[in-house]
Ligand binder design. Structure first.
Ligand code: FES
Ligand code: FES
Length: 182
């Protein structure tokens, strides 16, 4: 194991304290609401959402970009919030799983996860939903391969992915039908 000498440790500690003294203002939109908060510039977006905004639907699991449990949608892209500094969200539009429902009614995507038994545990499901949301927003008529690719960053070690795949497919169809009626 590499040995960190005491001088380096002191420098690291000082940098951390300094960063806390230099707060920066983050302004963005989260689930349709304008937010402006003073934050430590080293704070992760995941921690900003959970600890500051109390949006606990976004989960922390691996913490290193491997599992997708922390996925949110930022400016239309599915993003691992454990890999992004909160300040990188400056001016952006963020949707978390809490932002999928409207006026207490679950979105079509959420309904199809329920209808098709695609709900897994509370750790992986929000991430799957958010990756699917980003996919359907940029591609309302995805091919099977598009769906597989769109969900490829999300892991569940407990299941096959068939029901999740089918739920996204059905949601895409229902959303297209809804759009054509409006
Ligand atoms: S917690 Fe972010 S990818 Fe696993
Ligand atoms: S990780 Fe959530 S059910 Fe497998």
């Amino acid at each position: 194991m590499t040995k960190v000498d005491e001088k380096d440790l002191c420098a690291m500690e000082r940098a951390h304290i300094d960063s806390k003294e230099r707060l920066v203002t983050l302004s963005c939109t989260v689930n349709g609401e304008a937010i402006s908060e003073d934050i430590d510039p080293t704070m992760l977006l995941l921690h900003f959402l959970r600890d500051r905004l109390k949006l606990f639907g976004t989960k922390e699991a691996c913490g290193e970009g491997e599992c997708g449990a922390c996925t949110i949608v930022m400016d239309g892209e599915a993003v691992n919030s454990c890999l992004v500094l909160a300040i990188e969200a400056q001016g952006s539009e963020i949707t978390t799983v809490e932002g999928l429902s409207r006026d207490g009614e679950l979105s079509i995507l959420q309904q199809e996860f329920i209808n098709g038994d695609a709900l897994q545990c509370g750790f992986c499901t929000p991430g799957f939903l958010m990756s699917a949301r980003a996919l359907l927003d940029r591609n309302p008529d995805p091919s099977d391969d598009d769906i597989i690719e769109g969900l490829s960053g999300n892991l569940c070690r407990c299941t096959g992915y068939r029901q999740i795949f089918e739920a996204v497919k059905r949601a895409a169809k229902r959303e297209r039908e809804e759009l054509s009626r409006s």
